[in-house]
Design a protein around this ligand. Structure first.
Ligand code: PLP
Length: 404
């Protein structure tokens, strides 16, 4: 019998959303009449922007003719999309060469796969609570060590984000190589100002660490001093990689498209001390393991940058932000301590009476028929919090909040 990658055996058995689905199914079975409203998983509910649909329809027609058929495309994405992305960054004062942009089938893949190009000896720091993909993929690679009874991994460096520090992580207390930051944040819905993010960029500069910046929710930023990209801080060009997604702005969760930015200035060293561009390593990795995002999808994605596409995306995001406002205000009125929901689609609320996340999850499911996500599912520092998603319909959001 062959041997498996033992790191997989260290992962906890039940995935968070599987456990939630299991509890919801069990409740529904006993209470078939209950009108359960889902505010848990972070999937969008509105259809794709018309501009994207039209471009994809045109692209499908192109595929029907020999002259305009597209087979394998460039692994790193078509020039038309990378150029549009580069132009869009320029509007925020960020200059990126087209070959610093890598189109993919979504940022979950990129956040998870990026570990391929780093040594397994890299020390990883991440916020707690956190998007679980960063933790689990590092565990799979063997960088996380062992899962401890307190829910932390022995080799990871945790930077708690809680009400106690106003959801602004402190710098790691020990030397680290890779720092995962996600702002606007999933799950807390909070974010960092430019000067707060610059503290991390300066730290990375000083120590030689690399920041892996996940900006999947940048379209939800409403406040002026919140950066849309880490590259709005010029010094980040040689110490950061950025992940972006079309999922939460244009509703591509089922359509699948995202991209990763790796400036040529980001460098690291090999075992013999040779200095290498991470851009080149990622290109090599993608060309070997990825065969490109479908042409039809990239055509849909590029429509996001047209005037109509931009207006339609704005409408989608404003709709969800409207839901977020309803949730925030209703929970505040009901006496909850509430965070997020202003620059992101998630509302992070403190559970009442020191209930655990799962106790309050069960209470909301059984007494209010509302499905949320227990904060502890995102890491030990999420204990005592619950996450509401604003990505559902306005009607369901209003009805759910009425129940408070
Ligand atoms: N990054 C964060 C922080 C997310 O919350 C999500 C999805 O929920 C993703 C990345 C994944 O995005 P995509 O749909 O592009 O894979």
């Amino acid at each position: 019998m062959i041997s498996v990658n033992d790191n997989f055996l260290k992962l906890p058995g039940s995935y968070l959303f599987t456990e939630i689905a299991h509890r919801v199914a069990a409740y529904k079975e006993g209470n078939p009449q209950a009108q359960v409203i889902k505010m848990g998983i972070g999937d969008v509910t509105l259809p794709l922007p018309a501009a994207c649909i039209m471009e994809m329809q045109k692209a499908i027609c192109e595929m029907a003719h020999k002259e305009s058929f597209h087979g394998y495309g460039p692994e790193q994405g078509y020039e038309f999309l990378r150029q549009a992305i580069s132009d869009d960054y320029k509007q925020n004062g960020v200059s990126l060469a087209v070959d610093e942009i890598f189109v993919s089938d979504g940022s979950k893949s990129d956040c998870g796969n990026i570990g391929d190009i780093f040594s397994n000896s890299c020390k990883v720091a991440l916020t707690d609570p956190v998007y679980p993909v960063y933790v689990d993929t590092n565990a799979m690679a063997g960088r996380a060590g062992d899962l401890l009874p307190n829910g932390q991994w022995s080799n990871l460096v945790y930077m708690p984000v809680t009400a106690a520090n106003d959801f602004v992580p402190e710098l790691p207390k020990e030397p680290v190589d890779l720092i995962y930051l996600c702002f606007p944040n999933n799950p807390t819905g909070t974010t960092l100002t430019k000067s707060q993010l610059k503290v991390f960029v300066d730290y990375a500069h000083k120590t030689g660490a690399l920041i892996l910046f996940d900006a999947a929710y940048e379209a939800f930023i409403t406040e002026k001093d919140v950066p849309h990209s880490i590259f709005e801080i010029p010094e980040a060009r040689d110490c950061a990689i950025e992940f972006r997604s079309f999922s939460k702005n244009a509703g591509f969760t089922g359509t699948r498209c995202g991209f990763t930015v790796i400036p040529h200035d980001v460098k690291a060293k090999g075992a013999k001390g040779e200095v290498v561009e991470l851009n080149k390593l990622w290109l090599r990795r993608q060309c070997t393991k990825f065969n490109g995002t479908p042409y039809i999808i990239q055509r849909g994605a590029v429509a996001v940058y047209t005037p109509e596409g931009k207006a339609q995306v704005r409408q989608l995001v404003d709709y969800y932000l409207g839901n977020a406002k309803v949730i925030r205000e209703s929970l505040l009125k009901a006496g909850f301590a509430v965070y997020g929901g202003v620059n992101g689609p998630y509302i992070w609320a403190k559970t009442p009476d020191n209930q655990t996340s799962w106790e309050f999850f069960d209470y909301l499911l059984k007494e209010k028929n509302i499905v949320t996500t227990p904060g502890v599912g995102f890491g030990p520092s999420g204990e005592g919090y619950i996450r509401f998603s604003s990505l559902g319909s306005r009607e369901n959001t209003i009805e759910a909040m009425r129940r408070f």
